[in-house]
Design a protein around this ligand. Sequence first.
Ligand SMILES: [Fe+2]
Length: 332
Amino acid sequence: MIDRQQTGARVGGTHRSEAFVHLDATRLRADEDIPFDLYVRNGSNYMLFRRAHHPMTYDELKSFRAKGLSEFFVDARSKKALARYFEQELAVRLKDPRLALDEKAGFLMEASRIIMDDLFAHPESPETLGTVRTLVEQTVGFISSGRQAFRSVIRLCSHDYYTYTHTLHVEVYSVALGKQLNLSPNFLQKLGEGALLHDIGKALVPPEILTKPGPLSPEEWQVMKQHPQLGIDLLSAQGPLDEITRWAIIGHHERIDGRGYPYGLARDEVALPGRIVALADIYDALTTNRSYHAAARSFEALNVIKDHMLGGVDADLFRELVILLANNAPEW
Ligand SMILES: [Fe+2]
């Protein structure tokens, strides 16, 4: 085995200097051609476990799991190959009748995390909108396939504390709210694309501002507040941007009371996609990074919005979110 010391920061997030990306071992199948090397971690060292294009047998995978190992690591330089693999596999797995709904939901979220991680590392790529379109089609299709599928995804959102999956949660909550409002399939699709990309403009904010520990100076805050518009500029450079998608991005920090940013729009000046993504963004921010129990997180987050933020969000949408979560959250 080849030993390699980790050179980057924390593994598993979206920070660009990371040397390895983790991968849930249950996502790989026996005998399939895997186009990237697989590593295992031993302390802070990463050891080559299997070269690319050398399929593992069923027994090898079984013994790997029997040892209590649950994750592989992939060299971050192979992120593109990893993302392409998940993109191709996603449609296959979601159609596979042998897979349980929870496994499909898990694969969908893992694929979304990996694909979005790659996309945020290369935000100017001309493939961005096409990749996101495919991903949202799969997500909307899965969520729409039945209440149990929908619950499987919601359950994963509420149990998943990693902040880097925030974007995926905002997509799921936005599409779910849109479905609750009986919005058209095209609206859901474009809304989902905007929700996934709502913070893409942050890729253009200087890292020293983005990751600064402690409060930002007024000047830094001015730069930070440009990220919705930066996202629009970035995507518009790749071709015409759908209006629903555009609103989902530009409106996600606007507030009904006019105290949001970047434009301080009030009430109906913020189009519906913006109001939906803004609420989904707030709800998910409140339910991540919290150490208390999942049920309390959902209920408490809604109470925080009701007691302290209702002036800033669309009250009708908030009611719909309460109904949605009361009916579908795993623990209320
Ligand atoms: Fe944002």
